[in-house]
Write a protein that binds this ligand. Structure first.
Ligand SMILES: Nc1ncnc2c1ncn2[C@@H]1O[C@H](COP(=O)(O)OP(=O)(O)OP(=O)(O)O)[C@@H](O)[C@H]1O
Ligand SMILES: [Mg+2]
Length: 369
């Protein structure tokens, strides 16, 4: 996806903004609280995904205004297109002049990867955030995956409700079997998709990490599932049927434990992605710079996968992530983005003084000056 033109009205602190970005690197500089992240958020909304900040639609509308509107011309799906998003306060999305009935109808138009300060805690946070990393990308790659996840969560909720109620009505415990089969079938599909995704992502991210760190440490990322025993590895050769069998067996093994605790202790909702440098978990042993470089490698690896799957380079948004990286790493990142259009924000434009190509924009009080 390549933005040709962007126009924003009453979006966050931006009263009016019109922008013609460059095809490759775009740097948005400005002091704190001027609207840099707001602009990144607006660009991100054109990928069809939700905001990378936990936001309600009404919060997009500039204080005191009635409606926010975002328009863009862009190149995607191998042709020139346009889209318009309005919040008044409900969201309305038009693609090439046609109303989109749902986000699903628009999904797949534009691919993008975002790295914002909230991702910086990926290793300090619990496994939920790491699962989300894979899921966000998988939902862009395979729109059907969204519905499998939804169905799985529904069955999981039902199973947990029965587990809790069974404490007071022991007869209910027999009902668990009905859920176990459904859960194993849906969960198997999620696990298999994530295992294969992590294998491919690891290859790309390890290569990027190697370049970024001049080959000093060996990066390795792996999907770790609660469905297997601790010493077993998730092999990509396993079929969905194999995973269903393994998951079903694990559910039987933990049934008494689950009954005591009133929740399901194994399954993709409890799995994790483990990243190691020279076989040491980054979560416990990585320095801040190493953790940040690992996350960036994962994100840029994700962009490469998305690009291959969609057949065109995805949009890359890096909000506030370059400031703590040394020149070599910054330079490597800018050179490894391939054909992607990239938007970067920073407070100090000197960070990019060595950049030969690219456009620099200055953001002040919601306007580009
Ligand atoms: N709906 C809204 N209406 C008006 N202003 C808003 C709205 N939502 C957010 N803002 C304001 O937008 C301002 C700029 O926010 P933004 O996060 O884009 O800053 P930034 O330039 O990225 O700053 P930093 O460098 O600190 O990350 C904030 O001060 C915020 O209060
Ligand atoms: Mg910001």
């Amino acid at each position: 996806m390549i933005f040709r033109n962007l126009e924003l009205k009453d979006f966050r602190n931006i009263e009016y903004l019109s922008m013609i970005p460059g095809e490759k690197v775009n740097i948005i500089c400005g002091e704190n609280a001027q609207g840099k992240t707001n602009l990144m958020e607006a660009l991100w909304l054109f990928t069809g995904a939700k905001s990378f900040r936990q936001t309600k639609d009404a919060e997009f509308i500039r204080f005191g205004a009635e409606k926010a509107s975002l328009k863009a011309d862009f190149y995607a799906e191998h042709r020139e297109q346009n889209a318009e998003i309005t919040f008044s306060p409900t969201k309305n999305l038009k693609k090439n002049g046609i109303d989109m009935k749902s986000s699903a109808e628009y999904a797949g138009t534009c691919g993008g990867v975002v790295f914002s300060p909230s991702h910086m805690n990926l290793f300090r946070d619990g496994p939920k955030e790491r699962r989300k990393l894979a899921d966000t990308s998988l939902c862009q790659l395979y729109p059907k995956y969204i519905s499998v996840l939804g169905d799985y969560n529904k069955v999981l909720l039902q199973r947990n409700t029965v587990l809790k109620d069974a404490k007071y009505h022991p007869g209910l415990i027999d009902m668990i079997d009905i859920y176990d089969e459904q859960l194993a079938r849906l969960g198997a599909s999620i696990i298999r998709t994530r295992v294969n995704y992590c294998k491919s992502l690891n290859k790309k991210a390890a290569e990027i990490y190697k370049g970024m760190s001049a080959g000093r440490e060996e990066f390795f990322a792996e999907y770790v599932t609660t469905v297997l025993d601790e010493n077993e590895h998730a092999e990509s050769s396993l079929s969905t049927a194999d995973w269903a069998e393994k998951f079903y067996t694990a559910l039987q093994k933990t049934k008494n434990y689950d009954f005591e605790h009133g929740s399901t202790s194994v399954g993709p909702h409890r799995d994790d992605i483990e990243v190691t440098l020279d076989k040491m978990p980054v979560r416990s042993f990585g320095s801040q710079g190493q953790q940040r470089s690992c996350i960036l490698s994962l994100k840029l690896g994700e962009a490469k996968m998305l690009g291959e799957a969609m057949g065109e380079p995805p949009l890359i948004l890096l909000d506030d992530v370059m400031s703590e990286l040394d020149f070599i790493r910054r330079d490597y990142i800018l050179n490894s983005i391939g054909e992607s259009q990239i938007f970067l924000t920073c407070c100090d434009k000197e960070l990019f003084s060595g950049l030969s190509e690219g456009k620099v924009f200055h953001m002040k009080k919601g306007s580009l000056v």
